[in-house]
Design a protein around this ligand. Sequence first.
Ligand SMILES: Cc1cc2nc3c(=O)[nH]c(=O)nc-3n(C[C@H](O)[C@H](O)[C@H](O)COP(=O)(O)OP(=O)(O)OC[C@H]3O[C@@H](n4cnc5c(N)ncnc54)[C@H](O)[C@@H]3O)c2cc1C
Ligand code: FES
Length: 361
Amino acid sequence: MFTETSKPRLRDRVLRSALVSVLTGPHGVDRYTELVEPTWTLGDARAKIVAVRRDTPRSVTLTLESNAVFTQRGTLAAGQHVNLTVEVDGRRRTRCYSPANAENDRLIELTVGVHDGGLVSGHLHRNARPGMVVGLEAVGGDFVLPAERPKRILFVSGGSGITPVLAMLRTLVAERHTDQDGAEIAFIHYARTPADACYADQLAAMTGVRVLHGFTRGGSGDLVGRFDADHLALAMPNPDSVFVCGPPALVEAVRRHCPDARSESFVPPVFAAPTAASGGTVTFAQSGVEITDDGRSLLEQAEAAGLTPESGCRMGICHTCTRRKTSGAVKNLITGAVSTSDGEDVQICVTAPVGDVALAL
Ligand SMILES: Cc1cc2nc3c(=O)[nH]c(=O)nc-3n(C[C@H](O)[C@H](O)[C@H](O)COP(=O)(O)OP(=O)(O)OC[C@H]3O[C@@H](n4cnc5c(N)ncnc54)[C@H](O)[C@@H]3O)c2cc1C
Ligand code: FES
């Protein structure tokens, strides 16, 4: 995805040398190099914001230049997501975002929709500016185009759910997908009003893509009302593949008409909150902390106990919070499945204790 120049390779060799390690111990070289250039690190994947756009009243689009550590950790396919970390009021906060750029672009583009009362989205919308440095980890995800591209593809998105499907669309456009015989692409985007429609100008400028807009709270678009059989027929009857990302109601509506549609939603699945605290002892072994289970997820209980385990989506998608359960029974809050095996990895954001549990945390 990214090419490394010889200059950073030489610099990295010098920084990794035993002499530099001795000179900079015990803090590590990153704590010194970041004073000169915050993205110049050996261990921390970071990115610098190089451009900021506020194209709609409720979104902010960031263009990021990642450091070598990020690029060395692998490539991202269109549709996958990253974990972005920012400091808000002195605490590091991490959230998942799906880049909207085509898969081989050098720069990463994130569009963040503002959530009323949302911590990170509100912070970025208010404060993001060129020069700001953020933490960035490539995470992954399986909402991606198949290696063998289907011929006739329909993309459907709602609100900020446009990002992963736009990344797929931009990738196909770069591949000149529609130059092939029988290949077609249609793109439906739903927004509250025309002013809220992200990427409207960029979509309008794409040749060979049938773009339709629907507005759910006012303004007349190409489509009236919510996704239904008429919208499907207008966009692309009988597509080979459908990709949808947006609020759960949109995903469900698309699935009713296209049962094989691949989907992603940024909204948490409905959690089956445990009916009662088990009262068991939860041991965070590495921290030497023991608490009595209060019924919440292991992540929330660890945070309440003053620990700061890594987390991203906090809804069982990104695996950032995965920790080794060394003993005890736990319940998956999404599936309701109880698991008792020792030595298994659990996503602590969607896992609650069922009795005594010991965790490597
Ligand atoms: C795989 C994946 C990809 C994603 N990609 C994108 C993307 O490309 N673009 C994008 O915009 N988003 C994306 N998201 C969503 C993103 O990760 C965040 O969830 C989103 O930005 C909201 O974060 P926040 O910190 O602003 O909100 P949070 O502070 O985490 O709050 C989340 C919600 O809870 C509400 N809330 C917070 N506190 C309270 C309270 N006390 N009482 C009641 N409600 C409250 C907020 O209003 C908000 O709606 C993605 C999510 C996933 C899982
Ligand atoms: S924080 Fe993403 S899976 Fe737990």
